[in-house]
Ligand binder design. Structure first.
Ligand code: SME
Length: 154
């Protein structure tokens, strides 16, 4: 069930993008869609390049527990590393990471996927799970597809 839910997501996200609205309305609805469809996806949110500061990410729309990490400098934590390397990070066990920013003690695994606008890094999708190694190859592929679909939202 969870795998078919995963496969349905790109089309649902595309439909939501097509409906229009403000950037943050669309991104929040996409967070909700992802969070509702997949049980293991406990926190789903976006960090967006902060146009007012150098090398800084700012928390955008999200669903899940509140986080202290409203701003994340490039290079810091998993989010900051993904922003610097421009690569997807899949972390099976966050407790084994030395460069990690904890949002809640319940979080066990995490995926961070960069979003590009006209080839430029603009944001990232960050998902936390309370399960160890919640994000497999298929999860990565689908989240990367979603991050391509949402390019026009930015
Ligand atoms: N764990 C992230 C910080 C963001 S919170 O999980 C929402 C990191 O290490 O960058």
């Amino acid at each position: 069930m969870s795998n078919s839910n995963l496969e349905q997501l790109p089309q649902l996200v595309q439909s939501r993008v097509n409906e229009g609205g403000t950037r943050d309305e669309i991104l929040l609805d996409i967070c909700k869609l992802i969070n509702q469809k997949l049980d293991a996806y406990d926190w789903v949110g976006f960090y967006i390049v902060d146009p007012t500061q150098e090398r800084m990410l700012k928390l955008g729309p999200y669903v899940g527990d509140e986080t202290d990490h409203i701003y994340i400098p490039l290079g810091k934590g998993i989010c900051g590393q993904a922003a610097e390397t421009l690569e997807t990070f899949v972390i099976d066990d966050v407790n084994k990471e030395s460069n990690y920013l904890s949002c809640s003690i319940n979080v066990k695994s995490e995926i961070v996927v960069p979003v590009f606008k006209n080839g430029e890094f603009i944001a990232e999708l960050d998902i936390d799970s309370h399960k160890i190694a919640a994000f497999g190859k298929k999860d990565q592929e689908i989240m990367e597809e979603i991050c391509r679909i949402i390019e026009p939202v930015f």
